[in-house]
Design a protein around this ligand. Structure first.
Ligand code: WTA
Length: 653
């Protein structure tokens, strides 16, 4: 662990450099308009974080005010204790009495090109109809509802409907396999699954309902499936189980008062990869999540009434929860969403949408930026991108070259860039520039936001001096923090609160530069970050050993120019089985089927055995170095069989 941090620190040292102050024209009207203004906010929040978050929570609607801002019994936090509220009410009803009533809340474009717009009033009506539909299927406060949908407005409507009645949503990314869906349904004991016939991806139809049919066979908790007619593909209807969305809502009432929910009422479970094979159900609750998501959306994106804000994330990831759905709606903004693939039908699809919809804030992942950069300047060059005023990135470290390209080619040297660091577990952005206040350095997420006590520490929890590397932690509870791992509080304690005593450990290594800026060095556990998506090496390994021919496997990440990291799997076969190119392809598909296409290994390497320590632990560091194509450095004296190392290196293709 220590070695990894040191090596990566050196890379970062080499590229710390250029600094880009906020463009003066932007800073002039920004919510937080100067470095001094940010410093003042940060100092006040550090003095009394509770007072700071208290004020943020007061900007929202509460049925009943809280008695106590924070109750903290390590590692369990309760925020806004005794208060009652409703997230759906705050996203919708609250905007209906004023000028936002007929303002566009969502503008959606489908991959084939259809455009639909929902005003706040219309969205409120659709959510109420669907919430009543859920109730008619027996959904009550606290029940879990799995949502497995393409990126369509109905996915957001379903989430808001759950929040409205106090049901706990668990969105499962539409790219995940039937097996992955089944595991998540079973872990959360979901009563209802909401899906669609299919979704559009690269001109083809992703057959979601078929996957649901397969998953539900092994999920006894599911009592009903709601199906949205969207892509128009043929599906099987299971009588007694399946309900068409349009029929369900056609017979519902549009009146559905929002439930008065306790601030700590569970809002959603979102599964993410950890360092063991089993995905973790990250649990978020209502009042604190809502408060920090609303504050960060407003201030990090400097959101205005007239903005058209586009976050390209899918609702299957946390970014799609906090910054596609809830954050913009909490602020009464206009959010744009696009269903399909970025390069369909051509490489300028994104730029054409920015020009046509006059997008002013654009938030995406470094992988996408690197892909566009490689495709060249001519595609964005064909479109008028002058509506843009702010750009953002999330999900993985961005290399300075891509950052500069983004600023120049997409932002026209005029737009500030916010590089936002956060996690499924943190619920909201934690480390980020404030665009009118913070000078950006390409590749750094800059500073912890006001009210967030993040730091880089050593193994003992001691803050490292400026200019050194260590572990990224959060020292004090924050409103949108995860509350536990669903059904496994012991794992919650062990995973996050025991590695560095008394602090939340993020799993990331980081470095602080001489100005106190934080540079994320990446995960230091067995979690890969492929295109900004977290994948557990162990989950992929257990998928591989599920194949009849595989004896053992070890999965590591190797650096990848576009995707950040790529999955590389070392595989030993059972006796009598011979490696072949066909078997490689078969294994890659096998993983894709078990987990989803994002987990498909970029590379499979067959080997006679894996390098292990005397105690039987696979030496992943060595495999990482081999996968990266570099020579093996460092200490190998604990290797059980030195011969293997030479063999593995020889086998490189
Ligand atoms: C990484 C996504 C560098 C990090 C919101 C973190 C980042 C993991 C950044 C969480 C960033 C996220 N710079 N690395 N701006 N943002 N990461 O849960 O390793 O899908 O721990 O949440 O992504 O991934 P998750």
């Amino acid at each position: 662990m220590e070695n990894a941090v040191k090596e990566r620190s050196i890379d970062v040292l080499l590229r710390e450099g250029a600094s880009f102050p906020p463009p003066p024209a932007f800073a002039k009207t920004a919510r937080v308009p100067s470095k001094a203004a940010r410093a003042k906010l940060t100092a006040a929040a550090a003095k009394s974080p509770e007072k700071f978050w208290d004020a943020a929570a007061r900007e929202l609607f509460w049925f009943k005010p809280w008695r106590k801002t924070l109750q903290w019994k390590v590692p369990h936090a309760k925020w806004f204790v005794g208060g009652t509220t409703n997230l759906s009410y705050n996203c919708l009803d609250r905007h209906l009495d004023g000028p936002r009533r007929n303002k566009a809340a969502l503008i959606w474009e489908g991959e084939p090109g259809e455009v639909r717009t929902y005003t706040y009033l219309q969205l409120h009506r659709e959510v109420s109809l669907f919430a009543n539909g859920l109730k008619s299927l027996g959904v009550a406060k606290g029940d879990r509802v799995a949502i497995y949908m393409p990126l369509v407005p109905e996915a957001v409507i379903a989430m808001l409907a759950c929040a409205r009645v106090g049901a706990v949503h668990g969105v499962v990314f539409g790219g995940f396999s039937a097996e992955a869906l089944r595991d998540r349904i079973n872990d959360s004991q979901a009563k209802i699954v909401v899906t669609s016939d299919g979704g559009w991806r690269k001109g083809a139809i992703l057959r979601l309902k078929d996957a649901v049919d397969e998953a539900v066979k092994g999920s006894p908790s599911v009592k009903a499936v709601v199906v949205l007619k969207h892509a128009g593909n043929e599906i099987t209807i299971n009588e007694g189980m399946d309900h068409w969305w349009h029929r369900l809502t056609a017979k519902s009432s549009p009146v559905c008062p929002a439930e008065k929910l306790d601030s700590e009422h569970p809002l959603f479970i979102l599964y993410t990869s950890g360092s063991t094979g089993k995905p973790k159900g990250i649990l978020h609750t209502t009042g604190g999540y809502m408060t920090q998501v609303a504050w960060t959306t407003k201030n990090v994106f400097d959101l205005r009434e007239e903005d058209v804000y586009w976050c390209t994330a899918d609702v299957g990831w946390v970014t799609g929860h906090s910054y596609l759905s809830y954050g913009p709606l909490l602020n009464g903004a206009t959010a744009f969403m696009y269903e399909g693939a970025p390069l369909t039908p051509g490489p300028d699809r994104f730029w054409s949408m920015i020009a046509r919809h006059k997008i002013s804030i654009f938030y995406t992942a470094p992988t996408a930026i690197r892909t566009f950069m490689r495709l060249g300047d001519s595609h964005p060059g064909k479109h008028d991108l002058t509506s843009l005023r702010l750009l953002g990135t999330v999900g993985e470290p961005i290399n300075p070259e891509a950052w500069k390209w983004y600023r120049r080619t997409i932002g026209g040297e005029r737009c500030p860039i916010v590089d936002t660091w956060w996690q499924t577990e943190t619920g909201a952005i934690m480390i980020s520039p404030l665009p009118g206040a913070t000078a950006a350095k390409p590749g750094s997420a800059t500073l912890p936001l006001p009210g967030v006590d993040a730091d880089v520490v050593d193994m003992q929890g001691k803050s490292v001096p400026l200019g050194s590397g260590g572990y990224l932690v959060v020292k004090r509870p924050w409103p949108s923090m995860l509350r536990t791992i669903w059904g496994d509080d012991e794992r919650y304690k062990a995973q996050y609160w025991s590695q560095i005593p008394g602090m939340y450990f993020t799993g990331d290594g980081a470095r602080k530069d001489k100005d106190g800026y934080i540079w994320i060095l990446g995960r230091i556990d067995d979690v890969l970050n492929v295109s900004g998506h977290r994948l557990s090496t162990m989950e992929i390994e257990s998928a591989l050993v599920g194949h009849a021919y595989v004896a053992e496997s070890a999965v590591v990440g190797r650096p990848d120019e576009i995707h950040g990291q790529a999955v590389c799997a070392f595989v030993t076969l059972k006796g009598g089985r011979t490696p072949s190119p066909e078997l490689k392809d078969e294994l890659r598909e096998f993983v894709a089927k078990a987990i989803g296409a994002i987990a498909r290994p970029a590379e499979i390497r067959f080997t006679d055995s894996l390098p292990k320590t005397r105690s039987g632990k696979i030496m992943r560091r060595l495999l990482r170095e081999i996968a990266a194509g570099g020579a093996v450095k460092g200490d190998v004296t604990t290797l059980e069989d030195f011969g293997i190392l030479a063999k593995l290196q020889q086998d490189e293709e």
